[in-house]
Design a protein around this ligand. Structure first.
Ligand code: HEM
Length: 407
């Protein structure tokens, strides 16, 4: 039981979550992520509730896979991430359901995101990447890779796969940003973004019932209207989940990965010289640059003994995927970003029932983006001192706010 409180040995109260970043962290407070020193500890969520913070790779995998840990926070007195209304109480969102309800919803989308669709996705992603790079290069030096590339790529891909108009992109980016915010967004902003987003999705569905398109939205509408396997509320939530899941994580990882490649001497040049390393570079970016703790809260439905300590029944658990990805039991020299890392069993896409359905798509986006950037901008370099880089604070996704580069 003593180890449960190990973070408290450096202070007198549980750490406030999300953890503040220091400039030397480069977006990852790795000092808190040593499972050998501190496998299970307590944190104070922004709502004021306590949660257990789990860092060891095996324990993180257990929490994500073991059915004794639930995503049902819809009961009186359930722990909360934030006090304001957020996604966690929504009974129609796939990520809030446990099997078997979850399995029914999951079957509906898994077909659309199988890795075998990569053949169809590749030309779409390549066209979007090339267009974004054309605009970025035409805009001249220096340029901001976040505003001009990484923020735009995932939402553009998602709009294409869902067959959504280009002009809707800025609003979609703004809404998803507010959903992950844990501090600066007011209740009014949060509620406003939630209402605007779901209204947008409802209108989209209504318009596609009148004039069907050819995207995943239309497949989901058929699952609701023709096959009757999805309720209208679940349909709206599923479309929202694809937007939210597809945008923030992919954009943040790509920007953070590019920054790490550029700020470590010789890394970027090595990738330019050896394009065959791209796949390993993608996996290492995925391992090293997870921009949040990586997974939603769980609640223990019964007492569970993890390797790192006991989780009492009814308590909230926040796993840390970046910590699991730095577990020295699994990864040699885990604190080093290594372009040549061969075995890379990171948990960045989660594990178990909620394993990310967008993993194959995200991997392809990262690989095509890295390949095109290194081919077209071999002399790319930072246009700021690395110490000037700023990451989002008070948010569950610690994205780089900008990435000024030149070439
Ligand atoms: C690098 C980018 C991405 C990362 C790191 C990531 C990570 C994750 C993780 C860790 C989970 C599980 C969360 C949990 O168990 O609490 C998850 C679930 C999910 N992701 Fe992703 N994801 C990424 C990209 C995408 C994309 C491109 C899509 C869209 C197709 C997507 C859609 C979803 C959805 C809908 C879920 C919920 C699945 C469920 O509850 O069964 N993600 N993602």
């Amino acid at each position: 039981m003593e180890r449960i409180w190990c973070l408290m040995t450096t202070g007198s109260v549980p750490q406030a979550f999300p953890f503040p970043l220091e400039p030397a962290d480069f977006g990852t407070p790795a000092r808190l992520y040593d499972p050998g020193r501190c496998p299970v500890s307590q944190i104070r969520l922004p709502s004021g509730d306590l949660a257990y913070f789990v860092t060891g790779r095996d324990d993180v995998e257990t929490v994500l896979k073991d059915r004794r840990f639930s995503r049902n926070f819809r009961y009186p007195g359930a722990p909360r991430m934030v006090t304001e209304t957020d996604l966690s109480t929504n009974p129609d969102a796939i990520v809030n359901l446990d099997p078997p309800e979850h399995t029914r919803l999951r079957r509906i989308i898994s077909g659309s995101f199988r890795p075998r669709h990569a053949t169809a996705w590749r030309p779409v992603i390549s066209r979007i990447v090339d267009g974004l790079l054309d605009d970025l290069i035409a805009g001249g030096r220096p340029a901001d890779l976040v505003a001009g590339f990484t923020q735009l790529l995932p939402i553009s891909v998602m709009c294409e796969l869902l067959d959504i108009p280009e002009q809707d992109k800025p609003s979609l980016i703004a809404w998803t940003g507010i959903f992950f915010d844990t501090g600066s967004a007011s209740t009014t902003e949060r509620t406003g973004a939630g209402i605007a987003f779901i209204t947008y999705v409802r209108e989209l569905v209504a318009s596609r019932r009148v004039a069907p398109g050819t995207g995943i939205v239309d497949e989901l509408i058929a699952a609701c209207d023709t096959e009757g396997v999805l309720t209208p509320a679940e349909l709206h939530q599923m479309i929202s989940a694809l937007f939210i899941g597809g945008q923030e994580n992919t954009a943040a990882l790509l920007a953070r990965g590019l920054f790490t490649l550029l700020r470590q001497p010789g890394r970027y040049a090595e990738l330019v010289a050896e394009p065959g390393l791209t796949e390993r570079a993608v996996e290492e970016i995925l391992r090293y640059e997870v921009a949040s703790e990586g997974a939603f809260l769980r609640v223990a439905t019964t007492e569970v003994e993890l390797d790192g300590g006991k989780i009492p029944s009814g308590c909230a658990v926040q796993v840390s995927i970046p910590a699991a990805n730095r577990d020295a039991k699994m990864f040699a020299d885990p604190g080093t970003f290594d372009l040549h890392r061969a075995a890379n069993p990171h948990l960045t896409f989660g594990a178990g029932a909620h394993y990310c359905p967008g993993a194959a798509l995200a991997r392809l986006e990262l690989a095509i983006a890295l390949g095109a950037i290194t081919a077209r901008l071999p002399g790319l370099r930072l246009a700021i001192d690395e110490a000037q880089a700023r990451y989002a604070q008070d948010t569950l996704v610690r994205a780089l706010l900008s990435l000024p580069v030149t070439w």
